[in-house]
Write a protein of this length. Structure first.
Length: 127
């Protein structure tokens, strides 16, 4: 089943929602189930929308309140879940995006290294 209202702003809204902190009435298990159901309901168009979002900086108004690392991790998780439906299609779809400087770290390299206050580089610091 594909949701007919799947737009990039709706996908960004969901990304921010899933990457944000848990509310007082939501458990982690409940959020993970809600996220899985949402991904399953979106169909194959979700993968294309997520890959398009991966090519752009996760900055600006909709993302302002969340750490970049949290957004990137959630984007990866959504891509993984969307790929469970058709893994081969996901891999083929990712191909053209691997040369994109913005998308590559999200798709295959993991968290980006960050410089701390003394200038050393560490992959574990939050931005």
């Amino acid at each position: 089943m594909t949701t007919p209202n799947l737009t990039k702003p709706r996908v960004i809204e969901a990304l921010v929602d899933f990457a944000g902190p848990l509310g007082p009435l939501e458990s982690l298990d409940a959020r993970l189930k809600r996220r899985s159901k949402w991904v399953a309901a979106q169909g194959q168009a979700l993968t294309a929308a997520l890959l398009e979002i991966a090519t752009e900086p996760l900055a600006g108004e909709p993302f302002r309140s969340l750490p970049l690392e949290d957004l990137e991790i959630e984007l990866r998780q959504l891509l993984v879940l969307s790929g469970h439906v058709d893994p081969e299609r996901l891999l083929v779809s990712m191909g053209p995006f691997l040369e994109n400087k913005q998308a590559r770290p999200i798709l295959i390299e993991g968290p980006r290294p960050v410089s701390c206050c003394c200038g050393c580089v560490t992959p574990t610091l939050k931005r």
